[in-house]
Design a protein around this ligand. Structure first.
Ligand SMILES: Cc1cc2nc3c(=O)[nH]c(=O)nc-3n(C[C@H](O)[C@H](O)[C@H](O)COP(=O)(O)OP(=O)(O)OC[C@H]3O[C@@H](n4cnc5c(N)ncnc54)[C@H](O)[C@@H]3O)c2cc1C
Length: 392
């Protein structure tokens, strides 16, 4: 692994930092209420304008090839960008259109589909959600049951999806549905796109344990879409799902976010000594977390470094995802310990410290070890592919 960044990578980091300093003036987060809706800041006027500015610089789609509106940026540049955005809490979030819809369309889409959808994603004009998980299919996604049946020039969709992040704010959905129930489970799935306001689609909010609305249940009742909304080959969907693997997979955003929170907690602990004096063991936890952040950062850099040298990270990416998501939870728990009973106060309370963010973080970080693959699944991958242990 190369521990140093190249001069042009350092220069790019400086450029991103300068941009963020200019765009995210102190107090920018206070202009909207993000306490009841996860990701709301991305959809606020401010968030939209911010993302539009990123789009204008082609930073949103920086890994995309130039011909499709990207910059063809290196993996390291992408990682630096993700790190800086997350550290500064920029309202970017996970952009599914950019991360997997666009890249899949580049490979499997028809010329018309590419022309219609790629510019709108690159320009941040249309927002996408991902319709994979179902009540009985999460880790074992290939068991999904939502059906798509061909009827003349249309496909008719029936079934239910769950945990669909941002479905209520999306223009388009990226859907995996079963098209051949007789085939082995991996061989009977196809990919579709569809407007989220198509008749027959019902979106119901799912409120998480922090009382926030981020994901939804989505029901399909005789939803009719044209045949042109099939992506790629019928029944080849499972294999098409894996196409976005070339993208930066370092999980660096989780560690960068944790680093910022940790710095805020350390500053708080220095300024408010009685909190530390009441719980001296928290000093040790903060010191440990500082070390864990260093370790986590290097695990993430290792993944990007592998990608830079043309290798496809496999269990290494699972280690980074596992470590960074669990690190976030350990940090949130340490923050709660440091703040004592104050840690439980809602951000709206005038007595809340650090704007009540630790209370939010503590609750929201629970999801980090589930979304994008659970910790158990990550450990299975590390055990089997990393250590060569037999399947459990
Ligand atoms: C914040 C968040 C956002 C999400 N957004 C989306 C989205 O936009 N679109 C979408 O389609 N989905 C989304 N998901 C769903 C997510 O992909 C699933 O929750 C995840 O894949 C786990 O599936 P599950 O919830 O069905 O749990 P299950 O797979 O049922 O797992 C239940 C428990 O069993 C364990 N387990 C399962 N299989 C194994 C195994 N083989 N070995 C050991 N342990 C196992 C799991 O680790 C877990 O602890 C989101 C989830 C979260 C938390």
């Amino acid at each position: 692994m190369e521990f140093r960044f190249a001069a042009e990578e350092e220069a790019f980091r400086k450029e991103v930092r300068a941009f963020l300093k200019e765009e995210l003036k102190p107090g920018w987060q206070e202009q909207f209420d993000t306490e009841s809706e996860l990701g709301a800041e991305q959809q606020s006027d401010f968030g939209r304008q911010f993302n539009k500015k990123l789009a204008k610089r082609r930073w949103l789609t920086m890994p995309w090839p130039k011909e499709y509106g990207g910059l063809g940026a290196s993996v390291m540049q992408q990682m630096i960008y993700n790190e800086e955005m997350a550290y500064n809490g920029a309202p970017t979030g996970l952009n599914m259109g950019v991360s997997w819809v666009g890249p899949s369309l580049m490979i499997y889409g028809t010329a018309e589909q590419k022309e219609r959808f790629l510019p709108a994603i690159a320009d941040h004009d249309e927002i996408w959600c991902t319709l994979y998980s179902e009540p009985g299919s999460g880790s074992d996604l290939a068991s999904l049951q939502t059906r798509a049946v061909r009827d003349g020039d249309d496909w008719v969709i029936n079934g239910q999806k769950i945990w669909t992040s941002g479905a209520h704010r999306s223009d388009w959905g990226w859907l995996a549905a079963r098209t051949d129930p007789e085939a082995p489970k991996h061989k009977g799935i196809s990919m579709f796109i569809l407007p989220m306001d198509t008749p027959g689609i019902t979106i119901q909010p799912l409120i998480n344990m922090a009382s926030m609305h981020g994901f939804n249940e989505v029901f399909f009742e005789d939803v009719r879409i044209p045949a042109s909304y099939l992506i790629g080959q019928e029944n080849n969907g499972w294999y098409q799902l894996a196409v976005a693997l070339d993208f930066e997979r370092s999980s660096v955003a989780g560690v960068a976010r944790a680093k910022r929170w940790w710095e805020d907690l350390v500053t708080f602990a220095k300024e408010r000594r009685p909190f530390v004096e009441a719980r001296p063991e928290v000093r040790h936890r903060l010191a440990e977390i500082g070390l864990e952040i260093e370790a986590g950062q290097n695990l993430c850099y290792r993944v990007a470094s592998l990608q830079r040298s043309g290798k496809i990270p496999n269990y290494e990416a699972s280690i980074a995802k596992l470590y960074s998501s669990e690190l976030g939870q350990r940090l949130a728990a340490t923050g709660m310990e440091l703040l004592g009973l104050y840690g439980q106060l809602h951000p709206k309370s005038k007595y809340a410290y650090l704007k009540g963010r630790i209370e939010r973080y503590y609750q929201i970080s629970v999801a980090e070890t589930i979304g994008g693959g659970t910790s158990e699944i990550m450990r299975n991958i590390v055990a089997m592919r990393g250590l060569g242990l037999p399947k459990g």
